[in-house]
Design a protein around this ligand. Structure first.
Ligand code: N2P
Length: 361
């Protein structure tokens, strides 16, 4: 009897593990892939892909630190990845299962090693900048032909914002990106986290708060494209996607993206495998699929973000590889800064401050 029971259990376990081997759960940012690639992955590998999206590092981090997310692949930004690695949230990659790992670009690997030493836990998916998206027609109508569309003055000078409020402004709901921008506007080091710096950033943000229609990190793509808002402080590729959606709609809306002349944040979104991923084997298959030069190029060509894959470059369309807003030239690179993660105490100050800013208190 006992033996029989054991046999059944072993059989059930075998069925369960076979079923799992056919499924991979990926949690990525919204508007961040060409969905054709998702179908292609399933067709090529026979693995079922469950693909969910998010638009906030904080939300992803809550899931990673709680554990049991059920995801096999997630995509935190470098700064968040770093503290989640330290918290033990990820497993080391098995490079022997990544036949395309050699496609990675050394220049980007060097930069991401700042967050993930030796790139032991992650591969770069995309990287980009945080900056200013404008509806050219509306902004020049309200502020004149010399509107500072490439300057932080557009979004942090209350006089400009008072006028722009009429046509609608969205800010990212991403304090770790909005605060460095406010510091750069004040001429301060964007990576400062001390109380004095946070107070200075809060002053900048609170002064324009009454003129911000919404703090949200994904709605601005369609809102810009439809003409519902005229300015978004957001992510480079998202704003370029808004530009294309408007052009396709032929609605007369013309969108432009600029990295602020005062300096712009350069960030890196990294694919990693949670320590408790149900199917790490399939996670590696997914990562290797993404590391394929043509697949990676197809993703970048669709979402207008640069990637960390050197071999993909020959497959990038000129609109992407030739656009310095996506692949910066030396002069643009000099204006870009990177930041480090907030330690726990500073993080608590930041969270409280961000709640005050958003609620307008
Ligand atoms: C994609 C946004 C990704 C950039 N919609 C945020 N790191």
């Amino acid at each position: 009897m006992k033996t029989h029971l054991l046999t059944i259990t072993a059989g059930a376990a075998l069925i369960a593990s076979t079923a799992m081997a056919d499924e991979v759960r990926v949690y990525n940012w919204s508007d961040y892939i060409d969905e054709e690639l998702l179908t292609k992955f399933e067709e090529e590998t026979g693995i079922d892909l469950i693909y969910d999206v998010f638009d906030s590092n904080e939300l992803l981090e809550t899931k990673m630190l709680a554990g049991g997310s059920g995801y096999d692949v997630v995509v935190p930004t470098g700064t968040f990845l770093q503290r989640q690695i330290q918290a033990g949230a990820f497993q080391k990659l098995d490079q022997s299962k990544l036949s395309n790992i050699g496609n990675l670009w050394d220049v980007i690997k060097d930069r991401t090693a700042q967050y993930d030493p030796d790139n032991a836990y992650s591969i770069n998916y995309m990287w980009g900048t945080t900056g200013i998206g404008v509806n050219l027609g509306k902004v020049t109508e309200l502020l004149g032909p010399d509107a500072p569309i490439a300057s932080l003055d557009l979004v942090f000078n209350p006089e400009n914002m008072e006028k722009l409020a009429e046509c609608g402004v969205h800010f990212l709901d991403a304090p770790t990106e909005m605060i460095p921008a406010a510091l750069a506007y004040k001429g301060l080091e964007p990576d400062r986290k001390d109380e004095e710096a946070l107070a200075a950033a809060e002053e900048v943000l609170s002064a324009v708060r009454p003129h911000v229609r919404k703090f949200h990190s994904s709605e601005y793509i369609n809102a810009l494209a439809n003409g519902d808002i005229c300015v978004a402080f957001g992510w480079s590729g998202d704003i370029l996607q808004a530009r294309d959606r408007a052009a396709e709609a032929e609605n007369g809306v013309e969108i432009a993206y600029n990295a602020p002349v005062e300096g712009a944040l350069m960030w890196f979104d990294q694919m990693a495998i949670p320590v408790d991923a149900p199917n790490p084997e399939a996670a590696h298959v997914f990562l290797d699929f993404i590391l394929d030069a043509q697949n990676m190029a197809q993703a970048s060509n669709y979402v207008y973000y640069a990637n960390g894959n050197e071999a993909s470059k020959e497959f990038l369309v000129e609109d992407v590889i030739g656009d310095t807003a996506i692949y910066p030239d030396e002069a643009t690179l000099e204006k870009l800064y990177t930041v480090t993660p907030f330690p726990p105490r500073e993080q608590r100050n930041l969270t409280r401050m961000w709640t005050r800013v958003k609620s307008g208190t």
